[in-house]
Design a protein around this ligand. Sequence first.
Ligand SMILES: [Cu+2]
Length: 350
Amino acid sequence: MNTLIIVASSVLILAILFLLFRVQSLVSILTGSTKKIAGMSNKINAILFPIFFISALIAVYFYSGYASEFFLPKPASEHGVVTDNLFWFITGVILVAFVLTNSLLFYFPYKYQYSPDRKAHFYPDNHKLEIIWTIIPAIVLTGLVFFGWRAWTDITSPAPKDAVVLEITGKQFNWIVRYPGKDGKLGSYNFKLIDATNEVGIDFADKSSFDDFLPREIHIPKGKPVLFKIRARDVLHSVFLPHFRQKMDAVPGMPTSFWFTPIYTTDEMRGITNNPAFKYELACTEVCGKGHFGMKFLLVVDEPDDFEKWYDQQEAFLKKNPDYLANVPSKLRDLALNVSNNSENKLSSF
Ligand SMILES: [Cu+2]
């Protein structure tokens, strides 16, 4: 409300100044003293420049306090902390450069306003100045690009060997998540095998697929690297995990990936955000059709022990859908039955 009042009064003051100026111009035209108007309008314009700049700075200051309510909460991954630090550092650099250059930009029209006693000074170039204002931004920008590049390569580099792997497939209009089961290997897939139940086209000729499971919620352990393998079934989608500061397009025919390490469990984040109903979520950030808005998937960060427990309780796709055993080559069918029924014990045979 305060912001609204401040903005409204600033607009009102500007409007009044403008009207005063207009009235005075008209009066001067009527009385025939046009030279005086030029001098007067110059003065008013000159004073308005710094006034406008200072009021804009005050408005930005108030607005940033108001907008901070909508900032993303604390980053919940190691990469998120790096990304956030980089963001705030860049914002700081830009703010300093902005305030410096714009202070001069708005101050100079005031300082060098028209004066009959002053003649313009011809000052075509200054090599030293040119070199300084080229080299300093060049060094700062190179530094920023370097840190940004390092953060990016870190997120997209190969995940550590012990990373928890999961596959996420975007389709119009939901996400399908697949874990590799106890063997840690995702079974291969083939788009020709997609049907209403086998939504990602799991290929049951590959024995790594026997224990794959497709849960309704993503679970990941705190403090361990997690690798998301991303693909799309139809159009472009984009996997966005705002709390972990992760975002990657899901592209049909071109698998992508990223990895990160979560640092707060869902429960811890409930404490941090002071919101007992807090849930991590995954959203689609590529306008992919009319159901785009509904592409939400919940994500839970567990303590590593709870995660193991949850992982062990999940039922393999083949166990839930025994009809698909028919797709398993006959010589592997016994193994498939064993693995899917009791994935924990039988995997040593792989
Ligand atoms: Cu989408």
